[in-house]
Design a protein around this ligand. Structure first.
Ligand code: GCO
Length: 254
């Protein structure tokens, strides 16, 4: 059988990939033979991650910028294009969380969260589409969340941003599809990432997660990576505008 899941030297940028789900996807895409471009705000950590993967023989590059900083993000995308001759794939993974009851939520926190989670996703998608349209092909994966469709208390702005990601994914899919660029989203459930350490370490919250998921456990970051490779590879050549939920059945359970 043709290896539908190989990423075969595709040049793929993953934002927020020095830790958590982004790092898990970067590692697995490198194993699938992609040329992975790591991104984050911490240059030293990016360098450490690059060395870790290069030591295993993978093709790795880094480009440090904050997706909320327009000028730096645009310059960073251009630098990637200059070094690699273009871009085949983008994973919009960079995101932050801020937990606060609505009445206490500061607008400055709203702006900071939306600037990274949603505006950053739009900005990177626009810049990537400009590069991808030149060769008439490309893949964009947006990391949404089960909070894009369901809500829980104290994460109203994160939920808003992830709901926006679902809408943006469909808009990108429809508008860029005719140019050979496909866009899909992944909606993770509860994963034991650094963003959620405070929740994982809270016995009450962990009991809630275990009670709300058929497998009664948190997800581990590597468990997101297969879905990302699928959506980046030829195996998903007819998939566009889809939101692939990876939540071990949380959204299937009442
Ligand atoms: C929270 C968590 C969640 C999940 C994420 C899953 O505080 O509720 O951070 O938002 O981790 O949404 O995709």
């Amino acid at each position: 059988m043709k290896d539908l899941f190989t990423l075969n030297q595709r040049r793929i940028l993953i934002t927020g990939s020095s830790r958590g789900l982004g790092w898990a996807m970067a590692r697995t895409m490198a194993e699938a033979k992609a040329t992975v471009i790591l991104n984050g705000r911490d240059r030293d950590l990016l360098e450490k991650r690059r060395k870790e993967l290069e030591a295993q023989g993978y093709q790795i590059d880094t480009e440090a910028f904050d997706v909320a900083e327009t000028k730096n993000a645009i310059t960073g995308m251009q630098a990637i294009a200059d070094r690699h001759g273009g871009l085949d794939g983008l994973v919009n993974n960079a995101a932050i969380q801020h937990r606060q009851p609505i009445q206490d939520f500061e607008l400055s926190d709203y702006d900071r969260l939306m600037g990274i989670n949603l505006r950053g996703c739009f900005l990177l998608s626009r810049e990537a589409a400009r590069l991808m349209q030149k060769k008439g092909s490309g893949r964009i994966i947006n990391i949404a969340s089960v909070m894009g469709r369901q809500a829980r208390k104290t994460v109203s702005v994160y939920t808003t941003s992830k709901g926006g990601i679902v809408g943006l994914t469909k808009a990108l899919a429809v508008e860029l599809g005719p140019q050979g660029i496909r866009c899909n989203a992944i909606s993770p459930g509860f994963f034991a990432t650094e963003m959620n350490t405070v929740l994982v370490e809270d016995p009450k919250f962990s009991a809630f997660v275990e009670g709300r998921t058929p497998l009664e456990r948190w997800g581990q970051p590597p468990e997101i990576a297969g879905a990302a490779v699928f959506l980046m590879s030829e195996a998903s050549s007819f998939v566009n505008g889809h939101v692939l939920t990876v939540d071990v059945g949380l959204s299937a359970q009442v």
